[in-house]
Each structure stands twice: as C-alpha cells, then as structure tokens.
Design a binder for this molecule. Structure first.
Ligand code: FMN
Length: 230
C-alpha cells in the first residue's frame, strides 16, 4: 500500500514539473517568432521568401519587398549606423516598408574622415556630385508618404540622397525628412532638396541626436500630420 501511495505522489510530481516546463517554453517560442517577423519587416525579400504563409504570421505583406502596399515607406542612408535605428523605429511604429540607400562604391572609413579632403568632403563641396546607388531602386508608385532619413554631412544631406531623389518620381507624395548629426540642426538640408522633387509636398524635418530613443521617435511621429488626400 505504502508503495502505491509513493508511486501516485511520484507521478503527480513528474506531471507538475512537465507542465511547468511547457508554460516556460511557450513565451520563448513566441519571442523567437516575433523576432523573426521583426527581422523580416526590417529587411526584405530573402527573409520573407522563407517565411511560410500561416495564420501565425498575419503581417505577411510586411515581409515582402517594398511594393507600396503599406502606403508608407521609410528610405534612409546611414554610413556609420546612427540614422539606421531611427529609420527602423519609424518603420516599425508605422508598420511601413523600409529601403536602405547604399552606395554602389561603398564609403570606406577614409572616405568619411571629414575635413581631410576625403571623398565625402569633395562630394559635399560639389553640388553636382551624384554618387551611384547600389542595386535596384524601390517601386514607389503605391506609396503616399516617404520618410527620408540621412546623416548631416557638412550641413547638408549626403549627395547620394540627391541621386535617389532624382532617380524616382515623388510627385503627389508627401516627403517627411529626418536626420541625425553630431550637433548640427537639420537646417536647410531638407529644403535644399525640394527643387529635386517636382510635385512632392515636403513636411518640416526633424533632427535626432546620435542614440535617439524609440520613445523620442514615437513622440515625433505623433506630431507628423501626413495629409492622406481625399
Ligand atoms: C563627411 C561628414 C560630414 C559631417 N558633417 C557634419 C556636420 O556638418 N554637422 C554635424 O553635426 N555632424 C556632421 N557629421 C557627423 C554625422 O552627421 C553624424 O555622425 C551622423 O549621425 C552620422 O549618421 P550615420 O551613422 O547614419 O551615417 C559629419 C559626418 C561625416 C562623415
């Protein structure tokens, strides 16, 4: 009899510990899935192409390459990685697509050692400089709003932003610029770009400090008033 009672207790203990293990396992699994989805939103086709269609992944359109379905796209250039997280916060908060402008000839560390007559210095000193963009440009036809992020280079947007703006059609779209910098304000960096985008409406831009938090970005987004049209 004693042996029987002991066996019942032992079974109950094993069952309890198995259940506890399950309940710890579930959130971890959810986190892994959330991380996968976040990565797919931020990046692009390769990650999404491998994501199976299922009821567990409702944000399927977010995993496709930028195509205009979301209505809003974040386009950014970031050589040293400070503008990138701001762009990602914007895209994540708005559920927008995102496109990174990359130079066909990447900027080396020497290229951006400013005040040394480096490549970036020379480009910024030459209003006609148009560094080539690597890869394909996004199809912007379905987007109404374009958030445009860049670092301040000698008080201006890097010339590769001019290359981008002259390579796409932004007429009828709203452009919302933002930048990061060591200390300079956004100044005229955005308004100097207006002439390159006939028919586009530009909203006031916003400068963020290096290391700006998601909360700061969210507070800014709450003030942005994109006219959705009729
Ligand atoms: C060529 C060059 C010029 C720069 N000029 C300025 C400037 O005029 N004012 C400023 O505050 N920061 C300036 N910076 C610093 C960058 O704006 C700052 O580090 C920015 O956050 C970099 O963004 P990224 O990491 O996304 O490329 C300059 C940086 C480089 C490489």
């Amino acid at each position: 009899m004693k042996r029987k009672i002991f066996a019942i207790f032992a079974f109950a203990a094993i069952l309890a510990s198995a259940l506890a293990g399950c309940s710890h396992g579930r959130p971890a699994a959810r986190e892994t899935q959330a991380e996968t989805e976040r990565a797919a939103v931020i990046t692009d086709a390769p990650a999404s192409a491998e994501t199976p269609a299922s009821a567990e992944t409702p944000a399927e359109s977010e995993t496709e390459p930028p195509s205009g379905k979301g209505g809003t796209i974040v386009v950014y250039f970031s050589r040293t990685g400070h503008t990138k997280p701001v762009a990602e916060y914007v895209a994540e908060e708005l559920g927008a697509d995102i496109y990174e402008i990359e130079a066909r000839v990447p900027y080396t560390d020497d290229d951006i050692r400013y005040f040394t007559d480096c490549r970036a210095d020379r480009e910024q000193n030459d209003p006609s400089a148009r560094p080539e963009i690597a890869g394909e440009l996004p199809d912007l036809s379905g987007y109404g709003a374009v958030y445009l992020g860049y670092p301040i280079w000698h008080g201006q947007a890097p010339r590769i932003i001019c290359t981008f703006l002259e390579s796409v059609d932004l007429s009828g779209k709203t452009v919302i610029p933002f930048c990061t910098s060591g200390s300079s304000p956004i100044g005229s960096s955005a308004s100097d770009l207006h002439a390159l985008t006939p028919g586009a409406e530009w909203l006031d831009g916003r400068r963020f400090e290096i290391g700006a938090s998601r909360e700061e970005v969210v507070r800014w987004l709450e003030t942005v008033n994109v006219n959705e049209g009729p």
